[in-house]
Design a protein around this ligand. Structure first.
Ligand code: KMH
Ligand code: ZN
Length: 278
């Protein structure tokens, strides 16, 4: 099977003043998305920023962003419902009103550096149900091993997501979450087989310097890839990332080497059972 490459362009944590190449305006975001699609990305994971370059969940801006990405790219548009650690639940739920193709759904609470990324069970269930009502495909974000049986339970109790296909993303190397190394990817891949429905697909991303071991291990296990400046701002030792396209290009090269070339956005849409956005 070929490889879905998701690009997480911006995130909520990286400071534009420290990392000037971070795309924060709508023009910067669309520009980087176009380039990333050209280099092999098929999904874009989106956090937006306000005029002050700080994270925001403003609904008007989110709608404008979804429309602009659809206008200029064929990418599957995945909005983050994770937001920033302090974002209230109501604001995170309202993200779905922007009607993206996909949205993230984090499967449990996790320490997040010095903060706590809070995801109560009832809130997770609400996200899962609302996404199905709105025909939005979830990407379940797994920061720790316990998030896998938690997702298995959610699906048993509440049913499959819209489209009937389950896709998860391992987010590894967050200080407070599971480690970003090859044996952790193996443990997560085994837990996918143990706890989740047959046919579940997974991608993996490693934060900071864990990006490469996680990428290679995911490919080795038949998984897909997520890369981007949300997760990594240095390309190599003492070499800052020049932009998201550089990270996508490297991921596409690794996927091609593994004989699993990058999938087109149209192919990813089919695999992930995303509805037609037209
Ligand atoms: N910014 C993190 C607190 C997601 O996008 O769903 C949460 C996050 C996960 O990035
Ligand atoms: Zn995110």
């Amino acid at each position: 099977m070929s490889t879905v490459i998701t690009v997480a362009t911006t995130g909520a944590e990286v400071d534009k003043r420290r990392v000037p190449a971070l795309p924060v305006t709508l023009d910067e975001l669309v520009g980087t998305a176009v380039e990333c699609e050209r280099r092999g990305a098929s999904v874009v994971h989106v956090h937006i920023r306000g005029e002050d370059a700080e994270p925001t969940l403003d609904l008007g801006r989110l709608r404008e962003t979804v429309a602009a990405l659809r206008e200029s790219t064929g990418l599957v548009v995945q909005l983050s419902t994770g937001g920033a650690v302090a974002d209230p639940e109501q604001d995170r739920l309202r993200v779905l009103d922007a009607e993206p193709d996909m949205a993230s759904c984090t499967m449990g609470t996790v320490n997040f550096g010095d903060d706590v990324f809070m995801n109560r069970p009832a809130f997770i269930a609400e996200l899962h149900e609302r996404m199905r009502e709105r025909r939005i495909v979830p990407e379940y974000e797994l920061f720790d091993l316990g998030h896998l049986p938690a997702l298995g339970r959610l699906l048993d109790e509440r049913g499959l997501p819209f489209g009937g296909h389950v896709h998860v993303d391992f987010v590894l190397g967050v200080p407070g979450g599971a480690a970003g190394d090859a044996s952790t990817v193996t443990a997560f891949a085994e837990a996918v087989r143990r706890y989740l429905p047959e046919g579940t697909t997974f991608s993996a991303t490693g934060i900071g310097r864990t990006t490469l071991p996680v990428m290679f291990a995911s490919l080795a296990h038949g998984g897909h890839l997520r890369v981007g400046m949300e997760d990594t701002t240095s390309f190599a030792r003492r070499q800052p990332v020049t932009g998201n396209p550089q990270l996508v290009e490297r991921a596409a090269e690794a996927a091609a080497l593994a004989q699993r070339p990058a999938m087109t956005a149209a192919e990813a849409r089919k695999l992930l059972c995303v509805r037609d956005s037209g």
